[in-house]
Design a protein around this ligand. Structure first.
Ligand code: PAF
Length: 281
């Protein structure tokens, strides 16, 4: 008989439902407006754990004052029916008031790693992410938690935080899921008009160009950064924010690639900010 998916809104409801879940628990935290990328995390959790918990919460503290919090896409009914078809056991949809009640004053800061790339481009972003993920982990108490490689720096920050704060949770990072033309799946892709949607493939094209050069033996990081920047510049609707070739563990910009490296970028397509990355080495 199919199991019934439990819906929790308040922290009390979540805790009561969580206590009834036996065996290993896999957790997929999301901001909703689910796509195949999220569902791949849910499927991996389903395959690896006895029970699967997902959360849907558009976390205001990880958005900058001029970012897209107000228009971030939402469709709770659709999300719930997708999660139900993936046989998720428990979905938590907390409210902003419960997560950040009046007088809320406690924050989690991961140093070092968060100063670069997305952290430099979006001040305060990782403070919001680390804080909400800590709160979600504390409430859900999963054995494993699942994140996408598309947000590579987020995954590194959460791994560091999990280790530093002694959470007994295994962080599992799953491959980026792409559209057939290479565009990385993202809830923000919905902002793109048809011309922008076509132009958005420039991120993957730039990464592919750099990967091809790497495979042909290029190890000079600046040459790869320039190559990616040139591909992006060739697309009239694209405005590059940064391109990076960084050490995979520290995210320090490299001069020469000698080990594992993260090739990443943030690009505006019209008003929509997209990120993407690949790993080489
Ligand atoms: O990757 C996301 O969707 C969010 O940053 C997360 C991890 C759910 C925290 O709000």
């Amino acid at each position: 008989m199919p199991r019934q998916m439990i819906l929790a809104t308040t922290l009390d409801e979540l805790r009561t439902a969580r206590r009834l879940l036996e065996g290993t628990v896999g957790f997929v935290p999301t901001m909703g407006y689910l796509h195949e990328g999220h569902l791949s995390l849910v499927r991996r959790a389903r395959a690896e754990c006895d029970r699967v918990v997902a959360s849907i919460f558009v976390n205001p503290t990880q958005f900058g004052p001029h970012e897209d919090l107000a228009r971030y896409p939402r469709d709770l009914q659709r999300d719930l029916s997708l999660l139900e078809s993936e046989e998720v056991d428990l979905v938590w949809t907390p409210t902003e008031e419960e997560m950040y009640p009046p007088g809320y004053a406690t924050w989690i800061e991961v140093e070092g790693l968060t100063r670069r790339l997305e952290g430099a481009a979006r001040p305060g972003h990782f403070r919001g992410v680390a804080t909400i993920v800590t709160k979600l982990f504390n409430a859900v108490q999963p054995h494993k938690a699942y994140f996408g490689q598309k947000d590579a720096q987020q995954a590194l920050v959460i791994r560091c935080m999990t280790r530093d704060l002694n959470f007994p949770i295994e962080i599992v990072v799953c491959p980026t899921v792409r559209e057939p033309d290479g565009l990385a799946m993202s809830s923000r892709n919905v902002y793109l008009n048809p011309q922008e949607r076509q132009a958005a493939t420039v991120l993957f094209r730039a990464l592919q160009a750099a990967q091809a050069a790497y495979q042909q033996g290029e190890r000079n990081a600046e040459v790869l950064r320039t190559l990616m920047a040139e591909v992006i510049a060739s697309e009239p609707l694209a405005q590059m924010q940064y391109v990076s070739v960084a050490d995979y563990d520290t995210l320090e910009e490299l001069q020469t690639i000698s080990g594992k490296a993260l090739l990443s970028m943030a690009v505006f397509i019209g008003n929509t900010r997209l990120i993407d990355n690949i790993v080489v080495g």
